[in-house]
Write a protein that binds this ligand. Structure first.
Ligand code: FES
Length: 282
C-alpha cells in the first residue's frame, strides 16, 4: 500500500488565492467522479497566474487533489506545455520535425536564435519571447510552420519569422495565418487551456484548403473507410486526432471555410480538449 505525505499548504494568499480556488472549483466540478483528472487543467490554471508552473502552483494542485508535490511535478515535467521556469509573454515554437525541417524549419530556428540571442527554451532578456523547437503540429501541409502561443503561422521563412518576433517585441498586433485573429499572451492562452474560453473560438479559419483536400476528394469519389457501413460515418475505427489538443487547441465553435461532416470522417469523436471536430484539425 502506498502512503502519501500531504503537501504543505501553498503560500498563495489573499485575492490571488481566492481567485485560484474559485477557478479550481469550476475545473474540479467537471470531474466529479475522478477529481485527479483535473490535474492538467489545474496546471494550466496556475500557469495562467504565475506564467509557469511555479512551486506554489505545484503545492496548490497537490493540496486540492490529495497528491504529493512529487506526483504533481512528475506530471508537470512530462508535458512540454508546462514550463518550470518563468516563460516569456510569447512562446515562439518552430517546428523542426522532419518535414518542416527539410522545408526550412531548421533555418528558421537558427535565424531566430541568432536574431534573439537565445537558444531552445530560453527567453529574451525583455521577457517577451521564449524560443522553442517543437515537434510536428499536424500542419505539415503548410510547412514550415511556426507557432506563437499555439496559433499557426504557416509557410514561414527566416525573414518572415524575424518580422513576426520583431512585431511581437514592439507590441504591435500580429495576425496568425489561421485561427484567432490575433495572438494573446502566454498567460491568457494558459487560461483558455485550463478551460475558460476567451470568446475568440469562432475567429478565423481552423482548417485550410490543403488540409481538407483529402476529405473533399473522398466525398467526391464516394470513398469510405473499411467498416464504415457497420457503424455509420464514424466507423473508421480511429480515435479523434489529438495533436491540436497537445498544442493548445481552442474551444468549440470555430468556423471553417467548407462544409464539415456531421460526424468525424475518421470515426472518432470531437476532440475532448479542444472541442473541435476532427475535420477541423490541420
Ligand atoms: S513536421 Fe512540422 S507540422 Fe508536421
Amino acid at each position: 500500500m502506498t502512503t502519501h505525505t500531504q503537501a504543505p499548504y501553498e503560500p498563495y494568499e489573499g485575492a490571488k488565492l481566492a481567485r485560484l480556488e474559485e477557478d479550481a472549483a469550476a475545473i474540479l466540478a467537471r470531474y466529479p467522479e475522478h477529481p485527479r483528472s483535473g490535474l492538467l487543467p489545474l496546471l494550466h490554471l496556475v500557469q495562467s497566474e504565475d506564467g509557469y508552473v511555479s512551486p506554489d502552483g505545484i503545492a496548490f494542485c497537490a493540496r486540492l487533489l490529495g497528491l504529493t508535490t512529487a506526483e504533481v511535478s512528475a506530471v508537470a515535467t512530462f508535458y512540454t506545455q508546462f514550463k518550470r521556469h518563468p516563460n516569456g509573454t510569447y512562446t515562439v515554437g518552430v517546428c523542426t520535425n522532419t518535414l518542416c525541417a527539410i522545408m526550412g524549419g531548421d533555418a528558421i530556428f537558427d535565424e531566430l536564435a541568432e536574431h534573439l540571442g537565445v537558444g531552445h527554451d530560453e527567453t529574451t532578456p525583455d521577457g517577451a519571447i521564449t524560443l522553442e523547437r517543437i515537434e510536428c503540429n499536424a500542419a505539415c501541409d503548410y510547412a514550415p510552420v511556426m507557432m506563437v502561443n499555439w496559433e499557426f503561422f504557416d509557410e514561414q521563412t527566416p525573414r518572415s519569422a524575424v518580422e513576426v518576433v520583431d512585431r511581437l517585441r514592439a507590441g504591435e498586433p500580429v495576425r496568425p495565418t489561421r485561427g484567432a485573429s490575433s495572438v494573446c499572451t502566454f498567460k491568457q492562452m494558459s487560461r483558455v487551456l485550463a478551460g475558460f474560453p476567451d470568446g475568440r473560438a469562432g475567429e478565423g479559419v481552423a482548417a485550410g484548403e490543403r488540409s481538407l483536400a483529402g476529405l473533399r476528394l473522398a466525398r467526391e469519389k464516394g470513398w469510405r473507410a473499411p467498416g464504415a457501413d457497420d457503424a455509420g460515418d464514424g466507423a473508421a475505427g480511429g480515435e479523434a486526432p489529438t495533436s491540436a489538443a497537445a498544442q493548445g487547441g481552442r474551444a468549440p465553435g470555430r468556423d471553417t471555410s467548407v462544409d464539415t461532416p456531421s460526424q468525424p470522417p475518421s470515426g472518432g469523436t470531437a476532440d475532448t480538449a479542444t472541442g473541435r471536430e476532427p475535420s477541423e484539425e490541420a
